[in-house]
Design a protein around this ligand. Structure first.
Ligand SMILES: [Zn+2]
Length: 59
């Protein structure tokens, strides 16, 4: 197991798009600035992954 960016399939509270979706991309979590940590706990906004999923491309 290598540390680093965590892959996840379920949506976190901070996600704006479905993880792994074709029209979704990852962005740094604004709550933890990509650290995945918030006050010595896993960041709840991104579930500790440090990234949130956002929609990419505009219709
Ligand atoms: Zn976060």
């Amino acid at each position: 197991m290598s540390e680093g960016k965590q892959k996840r399939d379920t949506m976190s509270p901070g996600d704006k798009a479905q993880p792994g979706a074709e029209n979704a991309g990852q962005d740094l979590c604004p709550e933890c600035n990509g650290t995945g940590r918030y006050k010595d706990e896993d960041c709840k906004n991104c579930s500790g992954s440090g990234t949130i999923w956002v929609p990419v491309g505009t219709p």
